[in-house]
Design a protein around this ligand. Structure first.
Ligand code: C5P
Length: 218
């Protein structure tokens, strides 16, 4: 059977994860949320009171961590952390951990192992540029900071967490800046990735655009 690799990158709140999951379901192939992996490492580091600038401690943590990520759950060292990795404290710190070159090396190796020789849809920041550079299907999703913040607010409000739109915009822009300016595998559109501005599109619009593109080529 032909192997399909689909890389979906973009900044926070651009709709990547939601879209990637539905595309994978439609094509009946594996979905991997790579952001969840960096969140899991961050959650574990915070839980163990590790200084996020201490690269030796982070190295030890990622060398020992037992991470199991499925479509429905995130399990860290035998503990279900599906909800915990989405908490604001993790979101506010994840970009500091994701800057660490050793953490990235370990996560990328895991991601490439999961992709192995099976079809996957992977979403993140560096999938098209570093994790699956040979993927035949690459998309870079963007939207205005205001639109992305509105989407995140809705997600948080559903969980009973309330912050203002201005605070959310500031948080998103701060995270994007660190992700774009880091030395290792920064957030950037791959030269061969197709740009999709999702600002005025529904989730289904974006899913259909990607599916049409993949199926047209296949
Ligand atoms: O996608 P999500 O917003 O959950 O990602 C959380 C953070 O993980 C990002 O802000 C980024 O710092 C990091 N990340 C990354 N590379 C990836 C996926 C996520 O650096 N491939």
């Amino acid at each position: 059977m032909q192997i399909i690799q689909i890389a979906i990158d973009g900044p926070a709140g651009s709709g990547k994860s939601t879209v990637a999951k539905i595309v994978a379901q439609n094509l009946r192939i594996t979905y991997l949320d790579t952001g969840a992996m960096y969140r899991a490492v961050t959650y574990e580091a915070l839980n163990n009171h590790i200084d996020l600038d201490d690269s030796t401690a982070l190295r030890r943590l990622v060398d020992e961590i037992d991470l199991k990520i499925t479509l429905e759950s995130v399990n860290i060292n035998g503990k279900d952390c599906t909800e915990a990795i989405r908490m604001p404290e993790v979101t506010q710190n994840v970009s500091y951990v994701a800057k660490d070159a050793y953490v990235r090396k370990k996560m990328v190796a895991l991601q490439q192992k999961i992709a192995g020789d099976q079809s996957v849809v992977m979403d993140g920041r560096d999938i098209a540029t570093h994790v699956l550079p040979k993927a035949p299907y690459k998309y870079f999703l963007v939207a205005t900071p205001k639109e992305r913040a509105k989407r995140r607010l809705l997600e948080l409000e559903a969980k009973g967490i309330h912050i203002t739109l201005e605070e959310m915009i500031a948080e998103i822009e701060a995270r994007d800046k660190i992700d774009q300016e880091r030395a290792t595998a920064p957030l950037v559109q791959a030269k061969d990735a197709k740009l999709i501005d999702t600002t005025a599109l529904t989730i289904d619009d974006v899913v259909q655009l990607i599916l049409a593109d993949v199926l047209k080529a296949g």
